[in-house]
Ligand binder design. Structure first.
Ligand code: NAP
Length: 265
């Protein structure tokens, strides 16, 4: 007979007070929002990206935050990111592998292999290298942790209308990486999960929302998403907090789509 456990207090369930989170791609779009959400929940946030002015502006708004310039394709800079995070806050509990780029729109038969490799380097290889760098001290501390990979609906379905072979391949690879790191590190209480967003307006998706291509972009999203609209700012907050906090203490290896039903069809 299992012990009777009282229902959780919902605010305590998602509380991140005293936790330390690294967020890559923190200079725009989802990354800015993720830093704000984690900070609001009580975490100390390390913000990484290449555009330092953007990071400094965000750091000025968030208490107990640390901006660090970092190109995620440079292993040495990733190593420094983890070392400086631990020097400042003593540990890392949460990693959000969010930095991403795209090769769209280019037909596969015309795509420069160097561009393909460059996209995979940011979207997949860097997530592997940084996850391993963060996992080592997590394993040594023995307190576990949560790694959250920002995947995409194109981890799950192809992209026939917007040609982006490298993006789709790298994001599909990221869900495989998510499962395998979850399998390897479950014994260390490190959970590894992914979020697969549909289309949201950010710098990455600018052309679908602004200018001459916006009308076609809206039609594309209305056709693709069962809910016939893009995601709104804030609609990833809940899933981020779920995966970062002890509310998801028995979830690992999962990719959760937040896509208005795009991949449910
Ligand atoms: N927006 C969407 O609809 C959507 C949907 C599904 C998945 N996603 C994923 O969500 C993540 C965030 O994208 P977003 O939409 O927020 O786009 P975004 O506004 O363009 O942000 C991309 C971020 O990645 C960083 N970045 C790119 N290359 C980097 C590098 N080599 N080193 C370090 N940082 C790098 C950029 O920072 P710097 O340029 O300052 O370095 C920027 O902060 C990406 O992984 C993307 O694939 C987005």
């Amino acid at each position: 007979m299992p012990n009777v456990v009282k229902p959780s207090d919902s605010s305590a369930l998602f509380d991140l007070t005293g936790q330390v989170a690294i967020v890559t791609g923190a200079s725009s779009g989802f990354g800015v929002r993720f830093c704000e959400v984690l900070s609001n929940a009580g975490a100390n946030v390390v913000m990484a990206a290449r555009r330092e002015d953007r990071l400094a502006a965000l750091a000025a708004r968030l208490p107990n935050s640390l901006p660090i310039r970092c190109d995620v394709t440079d292993d040495e800079q990733l190593r420094r990111l983890v070392d400086e995070s631990i020097d400042r806050f003593g540990k890392v509990d949460i990693l959000v592998n969010n930095a991403g780029t795209s090769d769209s729109p280019v037909k596969a038969e015309d795509e420069d292999p160097a561009l393909f490799r460059a996209v995979v380097d940011v979207n997949l290889n860097a997530c592997f290298v940084l996850s391993a760098l963060v996992a080592k001290p997590m394993i040594e501390r023995g307190e576990g942790g949560s790694i959250i990979n920002i995947a995409s609906i194109h981890s799950i379905v192809g992209s026939p209308s917007i040609h982006q072979a490298a993006y789709v391949a790298s994001k599909a690879g990221l869900t495989g990486l998510t499962r395998d790191l979850a399998a390897q590190w479950a014994r260390h209480r490190i959970r590894v999960n992914a979020i697969a967003p549909g289309y949201f307006e950010t710098e990455l998706t600018h052309d679908l929302f602004v200018g001459d291509t916006a009308e076609g972009g809206q039609r594309y999203i209305e056709r693709g998403a069962l809910m016939r609209r893009p995601g709104n700012e804030g609609e990833l907050d809940g899933v981020l907090l779920l995966l970062a906090s002890s509310a998801s203490s028995y979830i690992t290896g999962e990719t959760i789509a937040v896509d208005g039903g795009w991949t449910a069809k």
